[in-house]
Design a protein around this ligand. Structure first.
Ligand SMILES: [Fe+2]
Length: 429
């Protein structure tokens, strides 16, 4: 990337962030809408300070990294306490963002990208900061869907293409063999996606499509939430404690269901991928269907392994980046789309929609790949490795295109439902 391209991307990212918050008043921005989520003004200040930390201060010489000092340090101030912080107004925050950005651009005029410095080489640190803002955009959208008071007035800018007629019950098959997982890319990928490594993968089948609302309704009508044998011990404990009996944001409507996305309430469309279910619900559904969730390795092979070229593609359709034409990403549709709607969104193995619509729960814990090396700071990945988090793949309609690819690994607690997440099923073969 050239300096001009980076500057344009930084500006575009900021314009989107400000577009998302534009319909909100200061009170909406300052309130903690849910204990799980930051006040949105905190996200904005944090985005700005993260940028300053990496693109100004850190370029002047290595800093002791604890993400950042004070108010915007996510570890000093966990989400649930952020509503009580002395937060700025939007106008103050905008001034701060502009002031930091002008210093970032001034500093960038003096950096070199053809260097041995891993942070600067190929502009990596700029990609990292851009992705950070993109990722916070999706977090902000989770908060907006949880918003108290009047629903968020979504700036819907485009609608998905019309649905194609497809047989949604089909599966794709991987015959087993040696594949390569992850990436060695150093221009944008995060440390947890590296290094690319070979594995032997047993044969498996995987659903061509994500599980739909219609499929999920069958599970509900069949008493899925009350059938102990479908749930893991942890899942059953969660189900009993939460008393949940439908995906989050679904509401009974006569003898059916309706659902809400921001300010739009519609009856549940059985053709759309199910969204806002937690890992345990996905796991119970899979058992109901006589299947299981895929591992993240199986997911990645289904999304990008090209047997003809014997290589892993960056995206289902090839190596060209995600765009809102290729997949349901980039937020402004504010909806999921029926299976088959995006003509290009097919993988070499024959799976549809691995990128976009909803994040997909996998059965894998978030663990480092063999040969993993922390870069550039342990607070992104390393701190979260272990068996507490499940990996999600593929991005959602609320993901910016620059923050998703086949190798991208997201993770969260198995009880989380505010994320834009669904799943697809697999089975041994
Ligand atoms: Fe952050």
């Amino acid at each position: 990337m050239t300096r001009e391209e980076i500057a344009a991307q930084l500006e575009e990212a900021r314009a989107r962030t400000l577009q998302l918050v534009e319909p909100l008043c200061d009170e909406d921005l300052r309130v903690q809408h849910d204990p799980l989520m930051s006040p949105i003004i905190w996200d904005l200040g944090h985005i700005a300070h993260f940028e300053e930390l990496w693109l100004v201060r850190n370029l002047e010489g290595p800093i002791e990294f604890s993400e950042m000092p004070g108010l915007y340090n996510p570890f000093e101030n966990p989400r649930r306490v952020r509503g009580a912080l002395q937060l700025p107004t939007l106008e103050e925050c905008r001034v701060l963002m502009r002031e930091i950005r002008s210093r970032v651009l001034e500093r960038m005029s003096r950096v070199r990208f053809d260097t041995d410095d891993e942070l600067l080489r190929d502009g990596y640190v700029y990609s990292m900061v851009l992705q950070h803002e993109y990722q916070h955009n999706e977090t902000i959208l989770q908060t907006l869907q949880l918003k108290q008071g009047m629903p968020y007035r979504a700036p819907r800018a485009y609608s998905p293409p019309s649905p194609a007629s497809v047989d949604r019950s089909t599966t794709a098959r991987f015959g087993g063999g040696r594949v390569r997982i992850g990436t060695n890319d150093r221009s944008a990928a995060y440390d947890n996606e590296r290094p690319q490594h070979e594995i032997d993968l047993a044969p498996f089948s995987i659903d061509v499509f994500q599980v739909s609302n219609g499929d999920y309704l069958e599970f509900m009508r069949d008493g899925g939430y009350d059938r102990r044998e479908l749930w893991s011990d942890a899942g059953w404990a969660w189900r009993n404690e939460s008393q949940v009996n439908a995906p989050k944001y679904w509401m009974p409507d006569g003898d059916g269901w309706c659902m809400r996305v921001m300010d739009k309430v519609t009856s549940v469309d059985s053709e759309l991928p199910v969204c806002h279910v937690c890992y345990y619900e996905a796991e119970a559904f899979a058992r109901f269907a006589g299947k299981r969730l895929p591992t993240e390795l199986e997911w990645e092979v289904a999304a990008g392994w090209n047997a003809a070229t014997n290589r892993m593609q960056s995206f289902p359709w090839g190596d060209e980046p995600a765009t809102p034409d290729r997949a349901n990403v980039d937020q402004l549709s504010f909806t999921t789309a029926p299976g088959g709607a995006y003509r290009d969104n097919w993988s070499p193995l024959g799976c549809y929609g691995m990128i976009g619509d909803v994040w997909e729960w996998t059965s894998s814990d978030f663990q480092p790949y063999p040969g993993y090396r922390t870069f550039p700071y342990p607070e992104y990945s390393e701190m979260f490795f272990g068996n507490e988090y499940k990996v999600l793949r593929g991005g959602s309609w609320a993901t910016r295109p620059g923050a998703v690819r086949n190798s991208f690994r997201n993770w969260d607690y198995p009880i989380r439902r505010q994320i834009f997440a669904g799943f697809r099923c697999a089975r041994d073969d």
